[in-house]
Design a protein around this ligand. Structure first.
Ligand code: TXA
Ligand code: MG
Length: 341
């Protein structure tokens, strides 16, 4: 199989490729489509067979449940057994948008997208192509990021084609993703809300709606609530070294020179000029470009990627979460930089 990649123009609601994608989804096939966060690999969320196909195509660990996408909050009842008031208030504030809510699951969702868990994760994505597709399909659509499991998530249609082009029939191209990191996952199924994965919607923004800021779950809590998070994520093939702010440029350059061919993601002038990299703007700009930059450096065949740590505020919380998971080493000062081999 070789995927057709179709660019969707201005009016996705009347695009024949979107109608075709919806028909494929309804018949149990898989389709990749853009969301505002990353591209998703979609399949019928209530069909165990379609969900199985998603796991096969991605090589995804079997215990990692899928996020279900719906066209609006009215469709929550198709997958959730109950919808707490907090979910409705958050939906009104942030949907369509990059916030995923974990709710008690209906049996049909539990048997398919939720992989047997008593809960189901669900969101309404903000991309016009995703919304048009969900409306046309009229079914809840399970969609993990459309990458081979473990690799950086795809933020361009070409990234999807590189990973899954030989395994799915159709990729809808909606241009580069505006957010660039995956949605915030908020667990509302327990006694207290908790963030299972930081994303573009911050704890403070959620707190402003709920009246109390939800904590970000620690590793032990995560393993209990979200089994899939223990697997390796977001990793390019190259070795990623995360550079703390206290490391001097001189020590960073000495270190990099021992790592073979290296690339750089950050904004220090000395490292930019030594690596030949272009600077990436901080904050939202970095979020938008991070995965594409990691993929491009892999494509260029570097041995190592040196990346600057970013301040953990706002989007920086999500960015550092992804950078830590991508990194095989972290150096916090010049001594550690000089010791790294
Ligand atoms: O932005 C996004 O969320 C993208 C786009 C395509 O919507 N999707 C995405 O899906 O990132 P995926 O499968 O790559 O990540 C799903 C995350 C995983 O961390 C998984 O463990 C968690 O959501 N998750 C899914 N269902 C869950 C559940 N019932 N309970 C706890 N965590 C869940
Ligand atoms: Mg993923």
């Amino acid at each position: 199989m070789s995927a057709r990649l179709v660019r969707i123009a201005d009016d996705p609601g009347s695009d024949p490729a979107v109608a075709e994608a919806a028909a494929l989804l309804r018949s149990g096939e898989l389709v990749a489509f853009p969301t505002e966060t990353v591209y998703g690999l979609g399949g019928d969320a209530l069909s165990p067979r379609a969900v199985e196909r998603i796991f096969e195509a991605k090589g995804r660990p079997a215990d990692n449940p899928l996020i279900v996408h719906v066209a609006d909050a009215d469709a929550l009842g198709l997958v959730a057994a109950s919808v707490p008031d907090a979910a409705l208030r958050l939906a009104a504030a942030f949907w369509p948008g990059p916030l995923t809510l974990v709710l008690p699951a209906r049996e049909e969702a539990r048997r398919a997208a939720a992989r047997g868990l008593p809960t189901v994760a669900v969101r309404v994505p903000a991309h016009p192509v995703a919304l048009a597709l969900l409306r046309a399909a009229g079914i809840p659509v399970a969609a993990p990021s459309a990458n081979v499991s473990g690799r950086p998530s795809p933020t361009r249609a070409s990234d999807v084609a590189a990973d899954l082009g030989d395994r799915i029939p159709l990729i809808l191209d909606g241009g580069p993703c505006a957010v660039g990191v995956e949605s915030t996952v908020l667990d509302l199924s327990g006694t207290r809300p908790a963030i299972l994965r930081p994303g573009a919607v911050s704890a403070a923004e959620i707190g402003a709606v709920l009246g109390a800021e939800p904590p970000i779950a620690g590793e032990a809590d995560l393993l209990r609530r979200s089994p899939g998070t223990r697997h390796r994520h977001y990793s390019p093939r190259a070795r990623v070294v995360l550079l703390g702010p206290a490391v001097s440029a001189a020590a960073a350059l000495r270190m990099a020179s021992r790592l073979g061919r290296w690339g750089y993601v950050g904004s220090r002038p000395e490292l930019l000029s030594a690596s030949g990299a272009a600077a990436i703007p901080a904050g939202a700009g970095l979020a938008r470009e991070l995965y594409a930059r990691l993929r491009d450096l892999d494509e260029a065949g570097v041995d190592a990627i040196v990346a600057d740590a970013v301040p953990e505020e706002g989007l920086g919380v999500a960015l550092m979460d992804r950078l830590r998971r991508a990194a095989s080493a972290r150096v916090l000062d010049d001594r550690e930089a000089d010791a790294l081999r």
